[in-house]
Design a protein around this ligand. Structure first.
Ligand code: PEP
Length: 262
């Protein structure tokens, strides 16, 4: 039986969002929580366009130690404030087993990033928590390794696991990663878990986020995870792959059209 992950969100009728059900769910927000103003402006805008889950990193796995590594717990508090204000559920990354309990106090969905897909201590701890988890595909992981990583969480008792295709490493450098669109139909064949798409990390390029979002939905993605920033050129992190609010607003009706057609 296919797994449907239920997440509470006051902004939707009935108060529950279902990931893996009939509707394609929109998760959107800034790559990283930078300030209250940046987060609230983005949250209000994406909610207005139909997003029901707000993304935002507080603990960032920065490739360079000199890059912005997030506001930590302060960022989580801002996300909780945005949830109170706009009724969206919150998804944010947790990087270490010792932070799982604390991050769970603020987050509705725990995100495990590509770099931690095979951090088995983290997977075990998330498996023992009662929060739904998004498990990103490791950037150099095979499908089998990814599904076995999901089993770590499931086998500890947490049945609410969502897979996320976010691109893999190939020889191609024009895009940050290479999105594996076959991951969506393949997941439907090989697994009972829902699968979502992160075209922002998947491409690293704002101009490709729209087309890859549409392709993901056409190929069967259950939800999208999209980075949006009020002023991407000034973003402290990953501005190149963040949509402007206007671009996000243009994309939403296109996504509805594709979702209705498949
Ligand atoms: C993110 O979504 O903020 C992120 C860092 O993603 P990934 O783990 O896919 O690189």
């Amino acid at each position: 039986e296919n797994t449907i992950v239920e997440v509470s969100a006051a902004c939707v009728e009935g108060g529950v969002v279902r990931i893996g059900g009939k509707e394609v769910v929109m998760m959107a927000g800034p790559c990283t929580v930078e300030s209250e103003k940046q987060l609230m402006t983005t949250a209000e805008a994406v909610r207005k366009q139909g997003a029901v889950i707000l993304r935002g990193g507080a603990f960032k796995p920065s490739t360079s130690p000199y890059g912005f590594r997030g506001l930590g717990e302060e960022g989580l508090k801002l996300l909780a404030k945005a949830r109170d204000e706009f009724g969206m559920a919150i998804i944010t990354e947790v990087m270490t087993p010792t932070d799982v309990a604390m991050v769970s106090e603020y987050a509705d969905i725990l995100q495990i990033g590509t770099r931690n897909m095979q951090n088995y201590m983290l997977l075990d701890e998330v498996g023992r928590s009662n929060r739904p988890a998004v498990l990103k595909r490791g950037m150099s992981s095979t499908f089998e390794e990814w599904l076995l990583a999901a089993e770590y969480i499931l086998s500890q008792g947490n049945r609410n696991v969502i897979l996320c295709e976010r691109g893999i490493r190939t020889f191609e450098k024009t895009t940050r990663n290479t999105m594996d669109i076959s991951a969506f139909p393949l997941t439907k064949i090989l697994s009972h878990l829902p699968i979502i798409s992160d075209p922002s990390q998947g491409t690293g390029r704002r101009d490709l986020v729209g087309p890859m979002s549409l392709a993901s939905v056409a190929a069967g993605a259950d939800a999208l995870l999209i980075e949006v920033h009020p002023n991407p050129d000034e973003a402290l992190k990953d501005g190149a792959q963040s949509l402007t609010i206007e671009q996000f607003s243009t994309l939403m009706p296109q996504l509805h059209a594709v979702a209705n057609a498949v």
